[in-house]
Write a protein that binds this ligand. Structure first.
Ligand code: BDP
Length: 714
């Protein structure tokens, strides 16, 4: 009876807020605000009877609306607005709106917030306080996270400020609507109909990002088209910037180095040419007229065929500094990518970025960040941390993670990336002795940098669920949370996400989080165990092709990376090989010089070892490799069983999607395992360990598989 009454009330409230009751299709992400159980709903209501917004302003409106809507969904009754905090009020206050706030805002900066349960004249009030409206918005989302995850709402005393300044998504979105390495449909930017038509999805994008603290977005692909900087496209970007502004999100653009030549017929793009510099200055002014808070430029130069300053015998620093001078008067910054390797450089690809950039340390202007991928090759399922971290103390280094899973199963595999991000951030560079973690390099604390940043290549598209699967949403979420606080644990983040995305019921949260936490390691096992890398199929990178050896450039071929032959397997990066280990701090280099002291998870990344090399388990390298593949496949089967057991606790639509995707993942994990084993066995001619099954097909069958229309490749 009560339940029916509650449903009826809910329906009334939704009608009141004109929100259609929708199936669980994933559109609402972690902002579902699902109806809480009765006692919990009463608790939430008691702490949000009224909202005390202090003044109008678009960000305040956004925060207030979000709180009202969320509480209405969760409890069935929307808080009313008030001007003074009385019992059960959620009081949003900045020093400007409420002088004499009863708590200190020191150290919270422009984006941080404090949340405290206070007693105001005998009345319990929840104070959310910040130096700015944006801080209040972040605080409001924090409170909503507590409300959604069944956390206590009493006796709150929370202070939070971001440890990293620039927390950006990088969209690899093309002007024709396709997305490079996108597995969630076409781009959400409807370039063609912008700036006139601004669909509701842009606002929901901004809400989702603000809720996890993301404060910037690079709209276009690093493989940029010059036209992104033409007047019509600046107007389109400006329309998006207007929508994102109240959410504290700035817009940035990737630039093509030769834009002055392509757009305006300049004869050169030499960064030391006065006309070129003047062109960029004028272009920057034009952009800032349309977007006064424009963030700045992202640049991929002299990398994979993109033009750049080296084409004119200038350095990356020459190029970056020229652009930096153009945006400097407007407060803009330049993010210069270190993802470079040259077709005419025969040296180990893993060494090239370091060799190019390390000598430039100290030469970059003060509004330049160098953006470095987490590993030295390319977003592999596992890579040792990039040796540039810790090696350029005079330059702010930005982290670049890939949220979209180009190499980790694309849209369908459940491979939660929280542990990958965490592993990279926690890696110790030993740059200034023990504890010099990558996180401390990028949050600026190791070398005293004020300008700091982190970027994630977005996994967002027009799919109804935004990310190509429900579980891929967790990677977007985890990136944002870690960007705000790189000290958070991937496990805690997974718990929050699961509670908000599905339900806070521990019967669901515990098994889902357990399955997420091991899922990335499982992908490592069934794709690239023991430090193998880059054995994916050519171009689209979908599926295994460790046999490929006929591509034009050596480092495009998987055989370049695994170097398997009759005697052994792995890339020798010690002194007897490329000596890439010398790019790390001496204590790390010493450890990596010896296979016995190299972590087994990175063994074949650093060493070429005989097939009968003894692993720590006592088994041979070959047998151990086969067992790792098997372990990966078995883990996926385990996830299928776990998920099956959760059927009663998950709505039909999201249950079915995950069930189907896990079946795909299982089939593909088996395919990865079988194809890899068939290939390596054709090289070493060794028998399989007694407990291992023979591959389902012969090697030729695996080699014959072809997927000309696999998504994400342009
Ligand atoms: C690789 C992708 C390629 C990108 C490149 C980059 O395969 O599509 O353009 O990285 O980061 O991972 O520039």
């Amino acid at each position: 009876m009560m339940a029916r009454l509650f449903c009826y009330m809910m329906a009334m409230v939704m009608a009141m807020l004109a929100l259609p009751v929708r199936a669980e299709d994933g559109y609402d992400l972690w902002l579902r605000y699902a109806p809480a159980e009765q006692a919990r709903a009463a608790d939430i209501s008691a702490h949000a009877r009224t909202i005390v917004p202090v003044e109008n302003g678009s960000t305040m409106e956004v925060a207030t609306r979000e709180l009202q809507r969320a509480v209405a969904h969760m409890t069935g009754s929307a808080p009313t607005l008030a001007t003074t905090p009385t019992a059960g009020a959620l009081w949003l206050a900045t020093p400007r709106s409420a002088p004499g706030i009863p708590l200190s805002l020191k150290g919270l900066g422009a984006e941080g917030y404090a949340i405290r349960s206070i007693d105001r004249g005998g009345q319990p009030v929840t104070l959310i306080a910040a130096n700015s409206d944006i801080g209040l918005l972040h605080g409001a989302f924090h409170w909503l996270r507590l409300a959604q995850t069944n956390a206590p709402l009493d006796r709150l005393d929370i202070r939070s400020a971001p440890r990293i300044g620039l927390r950006l998504l990088n969209h690899w979105d093309n002007l024709d609507g396709t997305v490079e390495r996108g597995y969630a449909g076409m781009s959400i930017w409807d370039w063609w109909r912008l700036p006139d038509y601004k669909g509701p999805r842009y606002t929901d994008y901004a809400r989702a990002n603000a809720s996890i603290g993301i404060n910037g977005t690079v709209l276009n692909n690093v493989n940029a088209k010059a036209e992104s900087l033409s007047a019509p496209y600046i107007a389109k970007a400006a329309a998006l910037a207007d929508i994102f502004r109240p959410y504290g999100i700035k817009v940035y653009l990737s630039v093509k180095w030769t834009a002055p030549m392509e757009l305006d017929g300049l004869k050169t793009a030499d960064p030391l040419d006065a006309q070129v510099a003047a062109w960029w200055k004028a272009k920057a002014s034009e952009i800032y007229r349309a977007i006064p808070d424009f963030g700045g430029f992202l640049v991929k130069a002299n990398s994979e065929g993109q033009p750049g300053p080296q084409d004119y015998d200038r350095t990356h620093a020459d190029g970056a500094n020229m652009l930096a001078a153009a945006v400097k008067p407007h407060g803009g910054i330049v993010m210069w990518r270190a993802f470079v390797y040259a077709h005419d450089n025969p040296d180990d690809r893993a060494k090239q970025a370091y060799d190019d950039f390390k000598p430039l340390d100290g030469q970059f202007a003060d509004n330049v960040l160098v953006q470095v991928k987490n590993g030295a090759i390319d977003f592999q399922p596992r890579e040792p941390f990039h040796p540039l971290f810790g090696a350029m103390p005079k330059t702010p280094l930005m982290m670049e993670f890939q949220i979209t899973k180009e190499y980790l199963g694309q849209s369908t595999h459940l491979t939660y990336l929280g542990p990958l991000f965490e592993e990279a951030l926690d890696a110790d560079t030993y740059a200034k002795g023990k504890g010099s973690t990558v996180a401390k390099v990028i949050d600026g604390s190791l070398d005293g940098h004020k300008l700091t940043g982190i970027a994630g290549v977005a996994n967002i598209g027009v799919d109804r669920d935004w990310s190509g699967s429900i579980f891929n949403q967790a990677d977007w979420y985890a990136f944002g949370r870690l960007a705000w606080d790189p000290g958070l644990s991937a496990n805690a983040i997974a718990r929050e996400w699961t509670a908000m995305t599905f339900s806070p019921d521990p019967r669901l949260v515990d098994p889902v989080v357990a399955m997420m936490m091991g899922s990335r390691e499982a992908a490592v096992d069934y794709m690239t165990p023991l430090g193998l890398a880059h054995v994916m199929a050519t171009g689209h990178h979908y599926g295994p092709a460790p046999w490929v050896s006929d591509l034009a450039r050596p480092e495009w071929n998987p055989v370049y990376y695994h170097k398997a032959d009759a005697d052994g397997i792995g890339f020798d990066r010690t002194k007897s090989g490329s000596n890439a280990i010398a790019q790390y701090a001496p204590v790390i280099a010493r450890r990596l010089a010896n296979p016995a002291t190299t972590p087994e998870s990175e063994l074949l990344w650093f060493h070429h070892l005989p097939w009968d090399y003894r692993l720590k388990s006592g088994e041979t390298l070959w047998n151990g490799l086969v067992h790792r593949y098997d372990h990966g496949v078995a883990y996926v089967a385990g996830m299928q069983r776990t998920w099956e057991g959760l059927r009663p606790l998950v709505d039909a639509e999201r249950f079915a999607q995950t069930e189907a995707f896990l079946a795909i993942q299982h089939r593909e994990a088996q395919w990865w395992r079988d194809a890899s084993i068939a290939y390596f066995q054709s090289i070493n001619h060794l028998p399989l360990p007694a407990d291992a099954m023979a591959p389902a097909h012969d090697l030729d069958w695996y080699k014959a598989q072809s997927f000309p229309y696999a998504p994400g490749h342009h």
